[in-house]
Design a protein. Structure first.
Length: 725
């Protein structure tokens, strides 16, 4: 191209043609032309039959003619949408191979799966919203934009889908510049950027290099291929050989944080770099097979699968709902490995499918946030975000025939994140455009879910937005991002009524007992801490039916034998649809205080044994039935009821939401602490708990078609079914 010329390229989504004046572009077939710099070019779009022209993006907008005066190379996007409405994703065949097979030719990763590539082309050619958004985002970046989180492999993907070499050229230039910048550091015996934060970003960084290498292989020079692989090999080698890690001639040993911990978010980044480099460079890289074996055999088969099957029954992550969202990166690896090699590894552990239900039940009834567990450094409020959408879309793609996937689609469609909001997540909506799934209403799901591996018991009155919801925690405390929250609960109805106070922290990583709704123990004025790595909180009983959900938690072990703690037990009863009963037995040593703690999003009113908090149309009323001789105090927005008496303390509190309880009075029995609860729906419930053992009795009239209950509360753990019918 002459030095005084500028290239104009038309990029299309959907079916139609674009012509230019002056002539040169007829796209259709010829989508690029070099014009003298300074030339003004007018582009005209014409939709094909069955399509409408929905507008330009890039240097033009709207639906009229696009007029561009060329001062530099430009890409103009023309968007055509199907007149038939939204385009569904493709139903892709899942892998059936008993052993992985790596393609002998490029592409080797994902796009060697013919149905995937064909689907992506079909989505783009039909003008699907997800494909159009993704393509326009890439075009914007190539037009000189600065898209936050942009990765060069996005452009390489568009090259594979469209065949337009401009995309490949951009991806190669960006990747080569990155590798060159890393090489400069290495030549100076300095630590490469990829090593930052204990190699946390090695997955996306090396993963992008590997994908661009694979998807633009024929356009790379031999020198580029060698340089890129040499750099990537060193980065991945350093991850797994942390004590001998080297850059140039200098040794840069690092901590090796979580290279052997499949429950930690760092691990999935390490796996991503290893898997993608191995697959992309197989046959050209002497270390590629070692990386494939490291990923598939040493890490997945021999480490991750046994760990998940042992520790994570019921799905989810022990890091909580913040850092645990990183499991979305693991789902992508499962999926891309399967599409690339034919081998299905997602089903090697039931944890994968169970995690779909676990996340869905973690989302509150208004479908705009999660019940927060653990650290939430990115967003302390636990608002529903693109990452949660990605998490579910990937699982839906892996399990397209599962009834649960249809329910997940219903949830996402009705949620606050019906499409990705962040540019760097647009690829997910494109690659994982939901196919036609069997319709499953959220109301088909059970209203209670128990995840033994995480210790989360999530319950709600229904799947309507006004439902009452609670998350009760009793399980392991084994990860650094988890909190001192065993035995705690939160309550939601329309908004938070009793919450994890970490939500309103500046950092999102406030882990202490005082931030959670539990019985806090102090000795000599200092909190007796729950201990990471201690034996887990034990759920001694669990029952769920149309009338109530009931659980008994023995929190004692989490204090790891501290002499100040003899017994900490909490019984949690949800009387549907709107009332919660919390009973605590606490026995501690000398010079201790037992502090019943309740964190509220706003300032409550205190009146004797009544705590009331109002948030707009929603309210929480907490009636303390026992003990009655204590005083509620307010510390900021935290209510504390302290008992410094020696021996055992018994706390019985009745929590009503939105006026569900009109009164609660003591109804004790022999060696029992109990309450008679008058409900606003006309029922009167009587519940009594054992003072010395666990369990108790419940008298609950029939309601709304549900049978009456009269007798002893259950003493065994019976997990709720996944579906109501």
């Amino acid at each position: 191209m002459p030095s005084n010329s500028s290239a104009l390229t038309v990029s299309k989504a959907g079916s139609g043609t674009v012509t230019s004046s002056p002539a040169g572009i007829n796209c259709g077939t010829d989508c690029g032309e070099a014009y003298l710099t300074g030339t003004t070019v007018t582009l005209t779009a014409s939709a094909a039959t069955g399509y409408t022209f929905s507008g330009w993006s890039g240097p033009c907008s709207g639906t009229g003619n696009c007029v561009v005066t060329l001062s530099q190379a430009q890409i103009v996007s023309a968007n055509f949408a199907s007149s038939g409405g939204p385009v569904a994703g493709c139903t892709l065949p899942r892998g059936t191979a008993t052993a992985p097979v790596v393609s002998a030719t490029h592409p080797k990763v994902l796009l060697n799966h013919a149905a995937t590539k064909s689907c992506l082309q079909q989505l783009l050619n039909s003008g699907s919203a997800s494909a159009t958004r993704f393509k326009n985002m890439v075009d914007s970046q190539m037009n000189g934009g600065n898209v936050y989180g942009f990765e060069p492999w996005y452009a390489a993907l568009m090259y594979q889908v469209t065949g337009q070499q401009a995309y490949a050229t951009y991806a190669i230039q960006q990747t080569d510049a990155f590798v060159a910048s890393e090489e400069a550091l290495i030549a100076a015996n300095q630590r490469a950027t990829v090593a930052g934060d204990s190699y946390l970003e090695v997955g996306p960084m090396i993963g992008s290099v590997a994908l661009v290498y694979d998807w633009t292989y024929s356009l790379l020079t031999p020198t580029q291929r060698t340089r890129w692989i040499t750099y990537a090999n060193q980065a991945v080698w350093n991850v797994w050989n942390y004590q001998q890690a080297k850059w140039g001639n200098a040794t840069y040993a690092w901590s090796g944080w979580s290279i052997d911990n499949p429950s930690n978010n760092y691990y999935y980044s390490f796996l991503k770099a290893t898997m993608l480099l191995g697959l992309a460079s197989q046959g050209e890289n002497s270390q590629a097979q070692a990386w494939i074996d490291k990923f598939r055999t040493e890490k997945i088969e021999n480490q991750l699968i046994p760990t998940f099957n042992r520790d994570l029954d019921g799905g989810g992550s022990r890091e909580g709902t913040g850092y645990g969202t990183a499991m979305k990166n693991l789902w992508q690896l499962y999926d891309w490995w399967e599409r690339s090699t034919g081998e299905r590894i997602a089903t090697r552990t039931p944890h994968t499918l169970a995690s779909m239900a676990h996340l869905m039940h973690s989302i509150v009834p208004t479908l705009d946030r999660l019940a927060p567990t653990g650290d939430h450094a990115r967003d302390s409020t636990a608002a529903l975000f693109d990452y949660h959408r990605e998490y579910l879309l990937e699982l839906m793609s892996i399990f397209p025939q599962e009834r649960l996937s249809g329910a997940a689609k219903s949830l996402l469609d009705a949620s606050s994140v019906p499409r990705m909001s962040q540019y760097f997540e647009y690829f997910v909506d494109y690659i994982y455009e939901p196919p036609q799934l069997s319709a499953t209403a959220l109301t088909d799901l059970s209203t209670t879910y128990w995840g033994p591996g995480t210790g989360q018991l999530m319950m709600r009155s229904g799947w309507d937005t006004g439902a009452a919801f609670s998350n009760f925690i009793c399980g392991p405390y084994s990860e650094s991002h988890a909190h001192h929250d065993q035995g705690s609960f939160v309550v939601y109805r329309g908004s938070w009524l009793a919450y994890d106070a970490n939500v309103d922290s500046a950092s999102g990583i406030e882990q202490g007992e005082e931030m959670h709704n539990l019985v806090r123990i102090t000795q000599g004025g200092s909190t007796v801490a729950q201990r990471e790595g201690a034996p887990r909180c034990n759920l001694l009983a669990l029952a769920d039916n149309a009338q109530f959900t009931y659980a008994v938690a023995d929190v004692t072990p989490i204090y790891n034998g501290n002499a100040a703690v003899t017994k900490v037990q909490r019984e949690f009863l949800f009387i549907r649809p709107s009332t919660f009963v919390v009973f605590d037995r606490v026995v501690t040593g000398t010079n201790t205080s037992k502090i019943w703690t309740l964190n509220l999003p706003g300032t409550p009113s205190l009146s004797g044994n009544l705590i009331s908090y109002v948030n707009g149309a929603n309210r929480l009323d907490v009636r303390r039935v026992a003990p009655t001789n204590l005083t509620s105090t307010l510390s900021g927005r935290r209510v504390e009821v302290a008992d410094s008496a020696a021996g055992q303390s018994l706390f019985l509190n009745v929590l009503g939401t939105n006026g569900s309880v009109t009164n609660a009075v003591a109804a004790n029995g022999t060696d029992q602490t109990g309450a008679q609860i008058t409900l606003s729906d006309g029922r009167t419930a009587t519940v009594r708990f054992s003072n010395s053992g666990t369990g108790g009795t419940l008298e609950l009239p029939a309601f709304n078609g549900a049978a009456a209950f009269s007798g002893s509360l259950p003493t065994t753990v019976v997990a709720p079914p996944l579906f109501r019918n």
